[in-house]
Design a protein. Sequence first.
Length: 411
Amino acid sequence: MKDARPSYILFFIGLLPLIMVIGNSMFIPLLPQMQADLGITTVESGWLLTSFSIPAALLVPVGGFLSDRFGRKKVALLALPLIMIGCVIAAISAMVMHIEGAFQWMLVGRVFQGIGAGGVTPLAMAFISDVFEGEQRNRALGTVEVFNGAGKVISPIIGGFVLLFSWNYSFVIYLAVSLFAFLGVSIFIKPRQRANKINDKRSGTLVRLKELFRDHWRWLTPICTSGFIGMFLLFGYLFYLAYLLEVNGFFSSIVDGGILALPLLLLTVLSYGTARKLKGNENNYKRAFIYGGALMATGTCMMIILSSLSWFILSLSLYSIGLGMVLPAANSALASIVSQQDRGTIFSLYSMLRFLGVALGPLLFGYWISNVEQMLFTSFFFVTVNILIWLVSWKCFPLGHDCPVTDLSRI
């Protein structure tokens, strides 16, 4: 893969996490209308996201493990057709939505999409870590977050446009994006030449993972909890915001999509900007965590103070800015810790936790939405627990001074 142009590599690698994002975010503004047309409950509409996200999250480690064994490209070219099959099933179900059992078949299609997305999602970070090193790797990881964030930004807007016609077209759009990624990966990305045959046994991988956690738990624990809790609350908040916009009914579907995209745009901009300033510095990693966590806690606390729509959008935007600072720091720290031979597996486990948060957020917020005050206090509890984990894990906090430089195994 080193003989291919890095710009080509980065573009088509960036499409892989974009596919996962579109599979969730595009449907957020569609849920209220889908609920009305399908005659389902709020909780059942949440399953339209969760039926995609749970299998995707659970299959992410499998995709990463297989990519370490058989190559990133082979896994991508097997997983992308599964997404396309799921799109066809869901699109046909949408066409016959009034027939009994159509909703269940739509969920089956979403499961197929999730399985395929789970296969391609962990490949991006592993690809980047293989190709780039040092500060260039940090920038490349930041660029992948930009693709990820750009997908989050444009997806609700696309969903708003789709509502002008019919939400059925969402599956056609997803099919087209997946097909384009399939063609791009198959034509432009060359498989990496593997110097050695894979001869490690499964037990060898487990031993290395155990040693990795033993040596780096003070970084791995904050990285994993921040990824899970951060994405869990973000998509829960977006799910709730979609229903606030529907209930208020002030704007058109396109404007609603734009409002849903605003927090995700801020997340994208801050992810890219933060990644450019990290420069492989451990103290900068910690500072991004600390400042971002403070903003996440402030935004969540603000939601409790007032309940107006505009105030909630402002609070969610502040939370997104904070999360946009935390995620690139977590990505870069993880890339610094993990050896090349285990990057596919480790990044897939980390991606699994992030997307489990994406999956469970809309589902649990669908249950909690009947008691908004309790929902917001529960959210603040999660943010507080996350910050407490940082306090327990780290021995030194670089506020007003620099902590001693380490190899990231002793903090």
